[in-house]
Write a protein that binds this ligand. Structure first.
Ligand SMILES: Nc1ncnc2c1ncn2[C@@H]1O[C@H](COP(=O)(O)OP(=O)(O)OP(=O)(O)O)[C@@H](O)[C@H]1O
Ligand SMILES: O=C(O)C1=C[C@@H](O)[C@@H](O)[C@H](O)C1
Ligand SMILES: [Mg+2]
Length: 182
């Protein structure tokens, strides 16, 4: 599927953006980027450090810069996993809405909690009770993920490979529709 558009994954912490993004990039033989990792590489520091020194605002500024730069590059089509809070800024939502394939990986709060419990690299979850934090973030962000998404894929009871296949099926259909004569 050489003609597949940029594939951008959005969704909450633990939805599987990084995991599914890697699988998609392997199948499509296309480079994979994770905006969280790009931010860390450019800053020469990890996300907890950035939150600590620059606050969430500083992190969000960096996140917008990375998103803009990646989507401005029309030479290279990519698979991009975004950070869970990318939809918080209106300018990011506008950028995402101008893309053809933004996939919302849906996960229930229970699954988010289960999947994020294995690592302690997420500064927002250290501010209090993770279940309450994830519940509150979900209330605010679920409508925003839906606003920017061209496709929503449920991940709760699906193996990562099955989630990736759902995305690939939708891309095939989109390409067929865009190529069929009118
Ligand atoms: N569909 C799935 N079923 C079961 N486990 C999954 C699934 N998708 C991801 N996981 C597991 O959940 C954990 C979190 O996944 P991942 O890091 O890909 O999420 P993320 O959406 O990138 O989160 P973040 O926004 O914090 O970067 C990993 O341990 C991964 O193996
Ligand atoms: O949900 C969020 O706001 C975040 C999710 C992570 O991917 C990182 O981008 C960071 O920890 C913030
Ligand atoms: Mg990730």
């Amino acid at each position: 599927m050489k003609n597949a558009p940029n594939i951008i994954l959005v969704g909450p912490m633990g939805a599987g953006k990084t995991t599914i993004g890697r699988l998609l990039s392997q199948t499509l033989e296309r480079e994979f980027f994770d905006s969280d990792r790009v931010i860390e590489e450019k800053a020469g520091a990890d996300i907890p450090w950035i939150f600590d020194k620059e606050g969430e605002d500083g992190f969000r500024r960096r996140e917008t810069q990375v998103l803009q730069t990646m989507l401005d590059d029309k030479e290279q089509l990519v698979v991009l996993a975004t950070g869970g809070g990318i939809v918080m800024r209106e300018e990011n939502r506008d950028l995402l809405k101008s893309e053809l394939m933004v996939v919302y990986l849906y996960a229930s709060v229970e699954q988010q909690l289960h999947r994020t419990s294995k690592s302690n690299h997420r500064p927002l979850l250290k501010k209090g009770n993770p279940k309450e934090i994830l519940t509150n973030l979900f209330k605010i962000r679920d409508p925003l993920y839906r606003e920017v998404a061209s496709l929503i894929v449920e991940t709760d009871a699906r193996h990562p490979r099955a989630v990736a296949n759902k995305v690939l099926d939708a891309i095939k259909i989109q390409i067929e529709n865009s190529e069929s004569p009118v």
